[in-house]
Design a protein around this ligand. Sequence first.
Ligand SMILES: [Zn+2]
Length: 148
Amino acid sequence: MTDIPNFETIAKAHGHTCPGIALGYKIAVAAAKWSGSDTNISVVSHTTRCPLDAIKQTFDLKKHPERLIVDDTNTVSFVLEKIDGSKLFIDEVPNTKLTSKELHMLKEKIAANTATPEDIARHTAIQNEFLHIMLNTPDEKLFTVREA
Ligand SMILES: [Zn+2]
């Protein structure tokens, strides 16, 4: 049985909270429901970004890297497969990434090590705001799920 993940566990494994891990969490919940009693799930991930961590945590892929293939096309898109060959395709709805000019500027400052403590606090506040928006957005507005 694949456990339905909870957000705190996923965020802890990820190391920080951000809109990307909120999206990953929502995807992981949908994927865990699909997998049901099957725990031996193989994953093709088309992203290396934050949402992948939620999938890794949910399907124990850190311990089982042989079940993960990363084909990075910078899209939040996953193909999951059970032993019996049944598949689940999960694809992000385009243009749902939450960002703002201010957030972008703050990220650049942080990357360049020129951010003040106020900049860092503001960055965290914006990330948390976006995280809550993401958690409260219906799944179907964020990603599509198709079984095959
Ligand atoms: Zn993140």
